[in-house]
Ligand binder design. Structure first.
Ligand SMILES: Cc1cc2nc3c(=O)[nH]c(=O)nc-3n(C[C@H](O)[C@H](O)[C@H](O)COP(=O)(O)OP(=O)(O)OC[C@H]3O[C@@H](n4cnc5c(N)ncnc54)[C@H](O)[C@@H]3O)c2cc1C
Length: 511
C-alpha cells in the first residue's frame, strides 16, 4: 500500500512497549517489540483513554481506564468495554527511521480487514434486551462475519446506551454531552445492519424457537440471546411510591431525578450501594444537601473491606455528605424521610437498594439460587437459546452485575450462537467513580478473607489484595491505572500475593 502522507520518527525515540505520539494532528499509539513497530489510533474507541497509558501484556494492548484489550499485532478487539477494534496505520522502518501513514489502513474500525463482507445467510438471530450484553453480542456477530438478520428487541427506544455514565456524568453535570451515550451510533448500526424492534418480550417458547412481543406479535428465531438485565428494587414502605422517590436505571430515570434537583435543597439517598453512593456524589456536585441512610455501619465494607469502606465514608463526609448508618427508613412523606423517629427534610429521595434480574417472561426456565438463569459455560440455556449479563448464572460462576462482564457474556454467547467453541474465562472487572476518585475492582472475592494493602488507602492511592487460602481472588486499585490494566489479564490465572505483586512491580507493602 503506498504511503499517502508520511511522517518520520527515529526508531531510537520509540521505547519498547507502548508510546503515544502526536503526528501532525493525529494521536497515534506506537507498539514496539524489538525492532518490530506497529501503529494504531492513539485513544480507546470506548471513552478515548490514551492507550499509551495502558499496558502491553502477552500480545494485548490493555486500556488503562476500563480494561478493554486489543491484539497488539492487528488491533482486533479481544476484550470489551469497547465494541470495536483499533484502526491501524501502515508503518515502515527504514534506516532507523519510522515512516507512518497518517491515514488509517481501514476506515472500518470494527476489525482490521474486510470484516463486513458477509456471506449471505438466511438465519435470524434475536437479541432480547438492548443493553450491554446485546450491544456487545451484535458487534461480535458482525465482526465474526455473520450475514443473517440480527434483531434487537427492547422497550427503551433510547438504548443501547452507556448505562454506566448515567450515575457518573449524566446526573452530575448539566454540561454533560448526551450524544456520547449511545453505544452503537447511527453509523455503526447501519454498518452492522442491525434491526431494532421497540417492544418487550412477554414469553419465550424454546421448543418452537419463538418469542411473543408486548405488541401481540410473535417473532421466530434460529438463535436467541436473552439479556434483559435487572431492575431496581422498590421501596416497600409507606411513601415509597411518592413521585419524588426515584430509582436509577435508564436515561428517563436520570430526567426523573433531575426534575427534583434544586441547589441548596435537601436530598436523601436510601442504600449505600454503588448507585446510591455515586448519586450522593452527583448531588453534592449539584450543590444539594445530601444524607445517606444505610443498614450497614460502613458503606462497601462487604465488598471492599472495612478499611476502604471507612476511607470512602470519610471521603463522602469531607465533601459534605451526612450519614445515618446501621438503620432503616421508617416512612417517607411529601417533604421528609423519617428514620429513628428523626425527620430529615427531603424534596428528592433516591433509592439504591440493589436490583433483581428481569425474568418474569420465562417462568418455566430453571433459576439458580442467586435468582439468575442457569446456563452452561457457553451461556446456553436450551437448544438455540442463550442468556447473558445481569440475568445469567453460568455454570461455575455466580450471577454478577457488572457492565464489562455483561459484554463478555454477550461475546461468548454470540460466538456460541455461531457454532464456535466458547466459554467464559475472563476476569470480572468493574469500576466506580465517587467525588473524582475512580476505583477499579478486578476478580471476584467473597469479601470475608484476608486483605493486604500496598500504598495509601486513606490518600486514595493504593492496591488492596483480597485473599483466600493464600491466593489472590481479587484486587481493588485506585489511581494506578497500569496496575489495574495488568491485573485484568494477569488474574486470569491463580496467583499468590507475591506473584501478583511481582507482576505489577510491587514488593510487599511497597508503594
Ligand atoms: C446507573 C448505573 C450505573 C452503573 N455503573 C456501572 C459501572 O460503573 N461499572 C459496572 O461494571 N457496572 C455498572 N452498572 C451495572 C451495569 O450497567 C449492568 O451490570 C449492565 O448494564 C448489565 O447489562 P445487561 O445487558 O445484562 O442488562 P442491561 O444493560 O440492563 O440491559 C437490559 C435491557 O433489557 C431490556 N428489557 C428488560 N425487560 C425486557 C423484556 N421483557 N423484553 C425485552 N427487553 C427487555 C431493558 O430495557 C434493557 O434494554 C451500572 C448500572 C446502572 C443502572
Amino acid at each position: 500500500m503506498p504511503m499517502v502522507e508520511v511522517s518520520a520518527i527515529q526508531l531510537d525515540a520509540l521505547a519498547q512497549g507502548l508510546t503515544g505520539l502526536e503526528v501532525g494532528d493525529t494521536k497515534l499509539l506506537f507498539v514496539r517489540e524489538g525492532n518490530d513497530v506497529r501503529a494504531f489510533q492513539g485513544t480507546c474507541p470506548h471513552a478515548k483513554a490514551p492507550l499509551a497509558d495502558g499496558v502491553l501484556c502477552e500480545g494485548r494492548i490493555i486500556c488503562p481506564w476500563h480494561a478493554g484489550a486489543f491484539d497488539s499485532k492487528t488491533g482486533a478487539l479481544l476484550e470489551p468495554v469497547p465494541l470495536t477494534g483499533l484502526q491501524r496505520h501502515a508503518v515502515r522502518v527504514i534506516d532507523g527511521r519510522v515512516l507512518v501513514d497518517i491515514e488509517p489502513m481501514h476506515t472500518d474500525a470494527l476489525a482490521p480487514g474486510d470484516a463486513l463482507a458477509h456471506a449471505p445467510d438466511d438465519r435470524v438471530f434475536v437479541l432480547v434486551g438492548t443493553g450491554a450484553a446485546s450491544a456487545s453480542a451484535a458487534a461480535l456477530l458482525r465482526d465474526d462475519g455473520f450475514g443473517g438478520r440480527v434483531i434487537l428487541v427492547g422497550p427503551d427506544a433510547a438504548e443501547p446506551l452507556d448505562r454506566t455514565q448515567l450515575s457518573k456524568m449524566a446526573l452530575a453535570q448539566d454540561a454533560f454531552d448526551r450524544s456520547t451515550l449511545p453505544l452503537l451510533d447511527d453509523e455503526l448500526q447501519k454498518k452492522l445492519k442491525l434491526e431494532r424492534i421497540v417492544a418487550r418480550v412477554t414469553a419465550v417458547d424454546p421448543g418452537k424457537r419463538q418469542l411473543t412481543l408486548s405488541t401481540g406479535e410473535t417473532l421466530a428465531y434460529d438463535a436467541a440471546m436473552l439479556a434483559t438485565g435487572a431492575q431496581p428494587l422498590a421501596l416497600s414502605i409507606e411513601g415509597g411510591d411518592l413521585p419524588h422517590v426515584r430509582t436509577l436505571r435508564s436515561l428517563s430515570d436520570v430526567d426523573g431525578i433531575l426534575a427534583h434537583v434544586e441547589p441548596g435543597a435537601s436530598a436523601v439517598i436510601i442504600g449505600t450501594s454503588f448507585i446510591g453512593m455515586e448519586v450522593a456524589s452527583d448531588l453534592i456536585d449539584r450543590k444539594m444537601n445530601v444524607t445517606v441512610i444505610g443498614r450497614d455501619e460502613i458503606p462497601f465494607a462487604k465488598q471492599f473491606g472495612p478499611r476502604v469502606g471507612a476511607a470512602l465514608r470519610t471521603l463522602h463526609e469531607s465533601k459534605g455528605v451526612r450519614f445515618r448508618l446501621g438503620t432503616s427508613v421508617q416512612r417517607i412523606t411529601l417533604d421528609a424521610v423519617i428514620v429513628n423517629d428523626e425527620s430529615l427534610s427531603a424534596g428528592l429521595v433516591v433509592a439504591g437498594l440493589g436490583v433483581a434480574p428481569v425474568l418474569d417472561y420465562v417462568p418455566s426456565l430453571q433459576k439458580a439460587d442467586d435468582g439468575g438463569l442457569v446456563t452452561d459455560t457457553a451461556l446456553r440455556v436450551a437448544d438455540g437459546l442463550w442468556a447473558a449479563g445481569d440475568i445469567a448464572s453460568p455454570s461455575g460462576w455466580p450471577r454478577i452485575e457488572h457492565w464489562r462482564l455483561a459484554q463478555q457474556h454477550g461475546r461468548v454467547a454470540a460466538a456460541a450462537m455461531l457454532g464456535r467453541d466458547a466459554c467464559y474465562e475472563g476476569v470480572p472487572f468493574f469500576w466506580t467513580a465517587q467525588h473524582g476518585k475512580r476505583l477499579q475492582y478486578i476478580g471476584h472475592g467473597r469479601g470475608d478473607g484476608d486483605i493486604a494493602y500496598d500504598g495509601d488507602v486513606e490518600a486514595f492511592d493504593f492496591v488492596a489484595w483480597y485473599l483466600e487460602g493464600g491466593k489472590v481472588t481479587a484486587a481493588l486499585v485506585c489511581c494506578r491505572d497500569r496496575i489495574a490494566a495488568t491485573l485484568s489479564h494477569a488474574l486470569r490465572r491463580t496467583r499468590t500475593l507475591a506473584e501478583a505483586r511481582a507482576m505489577v512491580g510491587l514488593s510487599a507493602g511497597g508503594q
